[in-house]
Write a protein that binds this ligand. Structure first.
Ligand code: S3P
Length: 260
């Protein structure tokens, strides 16, 4: 049996090699991101990611520590994505748009693809108030809810590399837009009233729409807010009849272009 000190020094050597390789890997990630930016190539390459993962899982095979190895590979992949997103843009992404415009879906997808942090302003309010949104509206009214919303947005100012998903009405207060702009680029997601209705009709969680679940009401409120949305937006992405992958790809390329 080998001396413990000898094995330990082999282990140290192994760590050094791993660290060197990890640094090298992050360098490649940086290089890939730079060339995607320079050549205006697709940012998200889900097929390539899937292929790489498949190859790695195959290489792990039926190793007795397969589960641990897969977890490590996942961590490496995720760190690479974080480096990629940091290299793409150094700001938060604030998602705005009418109820049902797809903010939560887009946020979830971006979080997964870029390993960014994700926060939903409505969820922050629910947590702060310890009460669902519709109860806040029912008990204290919309003005009170808007105050909570503004406070939650201020609270989020310390976040970095975060996707901030805003409630559809956050745009009605100018201060919210100004506060978001301090650390974020604002992405406006749009959808037609018909699409919005399709997406929200199954839920009773939006007090503003309860009792108003029809295209006419949605259209009217959307038009009232349209100018505010447009003025706030750094980037506008239409979501009608598009898959989340396409929306996110458009959004990221538009954000990268902003930085040029
Ligand atoms: C609202 C939108 C909701 C929520 C609240 C008010 C609005 O968020 O903040 O019900 O005034 O448009 P979502 O846009 O995430 O549904």
């Amino acid at each position: 049996m080998r001396e413990l000190s000898e094995i330990n020094s082999d282990l140290d050597l192994c760590d050094e090699k791993i660290l060197d390789l990890l640094k090298q890997r992050l360098g490649y990630v940086e290089e890939i991101t730079d060339s995607k930016k320079a050549l205006d190539l697709p940012i998200l390459q889900p097929e390539q990611d899937k292929e790489r993962m498949k190859k790695l899982i195959l290489a792990i095979g039926d190793h007795p520590y397969g589960e641990e190895l897969q977890a490590m590979v996942g961590q490496i992949e995720s760190a690479g994505k974080r480096v990629e997103s940091r290299n793409l843009f150094d700001f938060n992404i604030a998602l705005m748009g009418f109820m049902g415009a797809g903010k939560s879906t887009v946020s979830r997808y971006l979080k997964q693809k870029l390993a960014m942090d994700e926060v939903d302003v409505d969820s922050v309010i629910v947590q702060d108030q310890n009460m669902p949104i519709k109860d806040i509206f029912a008990q204290f009214g919309e003005d009170y809810f808007r105050d909570c919303e503004s406070k939650a947005i201020i609270k989020l100012q310390s976040r970095r590399q975060t996707i901030i998903s805003c409630g559809g009405g956050a745009v009605v207060r100018e201060e919210n837009v100004a506060n978001l702009k301090k650390t974020s680029r604002i992405v406006l997601l749009t959808a037609s009233p018909e699409t919005v209705l399709e997406r929200v009709k199954g839920s009773d969680e939006r007090p503003i729409l309860n009792g108003n679940m029809n295209v006419e009401f949605i259209k009217e409120l959307m038009e009232k807010r349209a100018e505010l949305y447009r003025k706030a937006a750094d980037v506008i992405i239409e979501t009608d009849h598009k898959r989340v992958e396409q929306i996110c790809e458009e959004l990221l390329r538009a954000l990268v272009k902003l930085e040029r």
